[in-house]
Design a protein around this ligand. Structure first.
Ligand code: EPU
Length: 337
């Protein structure tokens, strides 16, 4: 069924807890209903597909139509000795899918446990954590082209995935609506335990390496560092980790010998923005009702009643400090609406 609401409160649809409204909010259960909605739009309709709003910052009321998918379902569409291919509806809660896979003994998604949001967004945003990205699992993305209402399937290559990036966020932004995502999962799990303290935590818990154990450790690490949006509004990492040239990193290293980094390729390294933000003295500080989380400096939080403008002001101040101190421009990962 298609549901249409006017002057709809977005409090439940943005994890930052912004008290804003959409002029119109529409939910649908199937590809056919999505096409029906798109057919009813005028050529200059202002609209935006959202998931759970876990990566959005509304800077005011949304004057157009927000679309939200309730396309559910999880179906094995292919299987061989090594893997299963699971086709999942865009409206499925991401972590429900991860829990389902872990329960079935299928490996690949466990490091991405507890990431907020829905399956549709995983394919747009290329969500990632603890050494794994959604693109490592995605084989196919089912979409509807908004302008023509034609269905189109994208292979993973066609999605042009990179760090927190896809064709749906860049060249084709706003043109295709994701309806289904197919993930390839391993029947015989390949574990990724070398990021940060995952291995140490596993050992502390008794050392058995199973999908359930990894999921448990990831959840514990996330809960210890990242604020629960139900308690304190936030959108996870507010900034992306900048990729810089190795020569530049080596020069900075002379001044900051403890600067952490991840190797991207021979010529480039990624610097944790959280480390730089902390060195700028922002960790735990506030500007108005917006603040920098005290356990993870990459996360900006709503300390209660903050407006989008306040969060934006804080983000600009943080960005400027990092630029002044390190000469590096950190760019928001969060989408401003
Ligand atoms: N660090 C600090 N200060 C802090 C936090 C971290 O100095 O306040 C340093 C740590 O020493 C560590 C490094 O920064 O060496 C990296 O920290 P962490 O492992 O917490 O990860 P991150 O790079 O800050 C990224 C993702 C997270 C993801 C984690 C774990 C981005 C933008 N963020 O953060 O993703 O959970 O890695 O894989 O890439 C998200 O996108 O919303 C998100 C939470």
């Amino acid at each position: 069924m298609i549901n249409t609401y006017t002057d709809f409160s977005l409090l439940a649809y943005n994890t930052f807890g912004m008290d804003v409204q959409a002029a119109r909010f529409m939910e649908y259960d199937s590809v056919e209903e999505l096409k029906e909605i798109l057919a009813s739009f005028s050529p200059d309709e202002l609209f935006l597909q959202i998931g759970r709003g876990s990566n959005l910052l509304f800077t005011g009321n949304y004057p157009g139509t927000l679309l939200h998918s309730r396309i559910r379902g999880c179906e094995v569409v292919r299987e061989d000795e090594e893997a299963v291919w699971l086709r999942v509806g865009a409206g499925v809660v991401w972590d429900d899918m991860v829990a389902y896979c872990v329960g079935k003994g299928w490996g690949g998604a466990e490091n991405l446990s507890l990431i907020p949001g829905e399956v549709g967004a995983s394919a747009v945003q290329n969500i990632g954590a603890y050494g794994v990205e959604a693109k490592d699992l995605i084989t196919e993305v089912g979409t509807v082209e908004a302008a023509t209402r034609k269905e189109r399937s994208f292979t993973s290559e066609e999605c042009a995935y990179a760090y927190r990036k896809s064709i749906f966020k860049e060249e084709l932004k706003g043109q295709y609506i994701v309806t289904h995502v197919t993930y390839r999962l391993d029947k015989c799990p390949v574990f990724h335990l070398d990021y940060g303290n995952i291995r140490a935590e596993l050992e502390r818990q008794g050392g058995e390496i199973t999908l359930q154990a990894v999921r448990k450790v990831i959840i514990a690490i996330r809960q210890s560092k990242l604020p629960d949006p139900a308690v304190q509004g936030n959108a996870g990492s507010f900034f992306m980790n900048p990729v810089i040239e190795r020569a530049r990193y080596e020069a900075l290293l002379e001044e900051y010998p403890s600067m952490p980094h991840y190797v991207v390729d021979e010529a480039h390294v990624k610097i944790p923005a959280a480390w730089m933000i902390e060195r700028c003295g922002w960790k735990g500080r506030s500007l108005g009702r917006a603040g920098v989380h005290d356990k993870q400096a990459l996360v900006l939080v709503n300390r209660g009643g903050a407006t989008g403008a306040e969060v934006m002001m804080l983000s600009q101040a943080v960005r400027q400090s990092v630029k002044d101190k390190f000469g590096i421009d950190i760019r928001p990962e969060v989408n401003f609406i």
